[in-house]
Design a binder for this molecule. Sequence first.
Ligand SMILES: [Zn+2]
Ligand SMILES: [Zn+2]
Length: 396
Amino acid sequence: MVEEGHWGIYKNIDNMPLERFDSFRTIINEFNTKVGHITQFSPIRSKRPFEHINEKVEIIHSPKDDSFCKVVEGILPAILLSKDSEKGEDALSINSAKTSLTNHIAISIVNLFTPMARVLYDNVQQITSIQDKSVGIGLVHLLTNHYDTLSEVPIPEVEKLLITTRLAQRNSISELRERYKTEKLTVLHFFNIGEEAGASICHLHSQTYIYANEIGHGWTSLGFLSVPGYHKKLKNNMNYCLACELSKGAEKIIDPIGQNILLKERKVFENDDWLVVTAFSPERDGQLRIFPKRHVSQFIDLDNKQIADLAEALVIANKALDNFIKGTSLSMHLLQDRNILFRQDNVGYDSGMHLIIDIIPIQRIGGAEIMETYRIASMFPEDVAAVMRESLKEIK
Ligand SMILES: [Zn+2]
Ligand SMILES: [Zn+2]
């Protein structure tokens, strides 16, 4: 007697693995083949978790003696670009200072270890072509209070963090445009939360890399940037936007490549301006996606109401993910550490893409998944969302 699924032998059609494509970055090419991110679900690959909540992944709180705490106390110098909603130094400033910032909630500073040239000195101004140089600004946005995770921050403080981030990004973008006489800039905005997610300092912060040369995106960004135009062509409708369709709340939504994307089943939370869902084709188990209900392509274009509601959506989404991960079995290899990625249009591209915020937890994966934009998942996002919705009831 062969156990169901062993050696790929199935008796029940419901147990058979199936594939989903990420609607936002999948096209059907001229050979009628789908090209994009694939998640393969193998429901019986691991036992259903959530039978009990265990304490395996309690968050370890870091001591309040990191470099960011020292910047806030005025012990270490920083180039301060924004404090709450007030502009500080110019983005290309060389003026670092030690200043006590404890009477502010959130600040933006220049990244001490910026991975690109920010251009400080007169001789660099003489470079006529920046095409082959990595030129731009690395920003760090942080709260003056010390937290390890977004889930534990009061929502008004998250709002301040987003406001100061928007201000520093806007100023940096306009200064870089002027300095380099370029309309096109690549903006990478993200949180690394926890060491396994790449945070070198545990004090909660987000980062923005803004590239003034045009080398700042790869296949992943290219997918998100080019698929909106592909969808419009396919639907023969220049106003078509899949994410906008989601916020209309229709009973059933079929994406442009023909998948029923089960929106209702995947919904975790919503407020006036934002929709939080589990990703249809997740890159890691538990991945969440946050969409603005009104079409916006870039973070800097969010208005104050959208920012305030985003603060709430981010905190609740992170709590839902914490709860989900706490309840998973060890065999899922999910950690509380996570990345939050703001997938948005590049400045000056006008791709028509709809801002997407992905929250992706760290999970151990294997070779096939590293080789391709492909992953094998053990749990359907509809079931993940049900667990998350249930867990949010408890904390309210
Ligand atoms: Zn700190
Ligand atoms: Zn849209």
